[in-house]
Design a binder for this molecule. Sequence first.
Ligand code: OSB
Ligand code: MG
Length: 367
Amino acid sequence: MRIEKIVLREMNMTMKAPFTTSFGSVQEKRFLIVEVYDELGNCGYGEGEAFEAPWYTEETTATCWHIIESFLAPILLNRDIEHPREVTQFFKPIRRNMMAKSAVECAVWDAYAKRLDEPLWKVLGGTREKIAVGVSIGLQPTTSQLYDKIDAALEDGYGRIKVKIKPGNDVQLIRAIRERYPDVPLMADANSAYTLDDMDILRQLDAFHLMMIEQPLGADDILNHAKLQKELTTPICLDESIHSYEDVVTAIELRGCGVINVKQARVGGLEEARRIHDLCLHHGIKVWCGGMLESGIGRAHAVALTSLEGFTMPGDTAGSDHYWYEDLIDPIVDVEGGYVHMKDAPGIGYKVNRERLDKYTERKLEL
Ligand code: OSB
Ligand code: MG
């Protein structure tokens, strides 16, 4: 396979509601869509999932554009590729910039699967015909608004609730949720809002049988997560701290977590995500697939990834309609009774609606 053309698009779509975490709020999503075309005319799509500001990781929409245009596209264009797994190796000389790499790598996987006329999830080695998903609910102005969101999610059939916490919005909040929903599978995500000085607060969270506490401490701090994990019975899940297979090796060696949130965007693509999945399976570390408030294109890649056998815990890949009034794909990612069913169509399995793709494109570059 040879990639002969790459199209880069900057998209702007507004979500149904703002999503608020300990690091800030997003409603207008500026992200990238990458199209790669092989010599036979197969088109693969990938999503640049970085946000406009570098709160979550150091990357932004603008840095992704720059890295793809100036470095990744020139590496890939007109190069012979046997298999998409090689793309990770081609990109090795470029440090980090995982989301930029992932956008391109995912697009190559989609084109490759379309070329084989196979669904991407099968090409990746997935075995699950349907995957369990939950919702991630952002911080709300009041507890009663949070209850409304949880009620709506449960009514829509989602079987797992993740809520965001931050200092001042933690023990009381989780206690209140537990009183109202004693048995709902529940987890809390701090997006790095605490330090070891908050040990007392974090210890109190042990009382609420949470499935896990996601990324309580610093984004670059696996060592202190290991210290914290020794003090807690609730498993720690690492999100922001994991950018590569090597980071997972470190986390396992240090016993820094019991669970890993895998996002292809955060680790440079589907090949690295799959290697992390295999490693965790081997070491008895649980994995699940996180989300980045993606459009249907990134969402379809996450759904395909989640079909791998080790993804035993529900992911964050809720249905398209949870976030968007309209999505870039037909049909939308649909959730029935808490499950997304795999598609048999080639590649990502969903058809990109070119009219809507153009409608939300604010900048376009052909390489
Ligand atoms: O920490 O998992 C996270 C959204 C944006 C950035 C980081 C995170 C999240 C979410 C929501 O929790 C995931 C989703 O529903 O797509
Ligand atoms: Mg998280």
